[in-house]
Ligand binder design. Sequence first.
Ligand code: PSV
Ligand code: MN
Length: 398
Amino acid sequence: MPLNSSQTGAAIRALDSFAIELPSWGFANTGTRFGKFIQLSAATTTAEKIADAAAVHRFTGCCPSVAVHVLWDFPGGVKDVPAVMETARKEGVRIGAINPNVFQDQCYKYGSFGNPDPEVRKAALQHILDSVGIQKAAGSRDLSLWFADGISYPGSGSIRARRQWFIDGLKTVHAALSGDQRMLVEYKPFEPAFYATDIADWGMSYIYSKHAGPRAKVLVDTGHHYQAQNIEQIVAWLLAEDMLGGFHFNDRRYADDDLTLGCIDPYQVFRIFHEICYFEWETGKRADIAYMVDQSHNLKNKIEETIQTANNAQELFVKAAIVDHARLRDEQMKCNLVDAEECLREAFFADVRPVIAEWRKSKGLPVDPLDAFRQSGYTARAEKDRAERNRGAAASYA
Ligand code: PSV
Ligand code: MN
């Protein structure tokens, strides 16, 4: 059935408001712990990563910003900021969330904020404070914090001591923020730690954020939950508590698989978006959420995959926006279980592609971004420019 006029209006408003941030690291060669398969067109520099993200934005019109990883994109620290910002400006995007990296250096073998060695905790704190400096210089609103910390063997560390070190560290970071800056605290149940991760779930993120201060909010990475965990319920709770700061979007079958958003379970993504749209309808408030992607593709062409992600996100967000909220509320209050459920399912199964196509035309965007990207010859040009550097990188992994 075609959408009615109120659904069409809701769909257009949703499309106008929905922006999704892309990760710079999604365009470089990455792999699994068993190896890397090099793509000759993959980005080899920060400028190329930004150019690739900007290409996705040109074809989709919904990805205006790029999240950056400090160690990978700002190896020279804050002095790299003007050049990176200028590249972004020229490409027609802006720099988004700043991701410190306290998981890669050798000193972090036994943790960063959770490390028993005060010197390592100090080094981690300094890196994150330097990242706040980058955040300020880049005019970024969000500092996005993920820690690999945890312990892998029972008894091998003090869970309570580590918790306190985390609280101390996060409070100090919070004190360095100003203006409209926020810090987003990401959780993950396991990997790389396998017994007790220091920020293992949303409850821990929530408690740490409350200790840190009002600028701290929870970041939900959709790949960071146990099987069958109800992510949309977590989202609804965080919204009700004004504690949902942002998302890292990806899909998963088993663990942190980093698969294309919605490729395994589009209904789950719809249900997450539904909780947000339902909240906004009920409260009349716009939920202040940073929608970010966190995927890195080893097998698919990275730009094509990211366009798929943006398309899926748009489609599922629009489906959530056209739910008849008043009817849903009514059926829920009357305990009409079947009708309430059908109300959701109708929106999920509605064909929203025509309204998205109309929106794209009205913005001068291609109706089929993936096809337009393929026709553009971008991949062949990137391959020509970057093949040699990528072959060199492949040789060093041999
Ligand atoms: C960790 O698994 C994570 O989700 C964090 O957000 C990192 O910043 C990102 O992946 C990239 O490694
Ligand atoms: Mn993440």
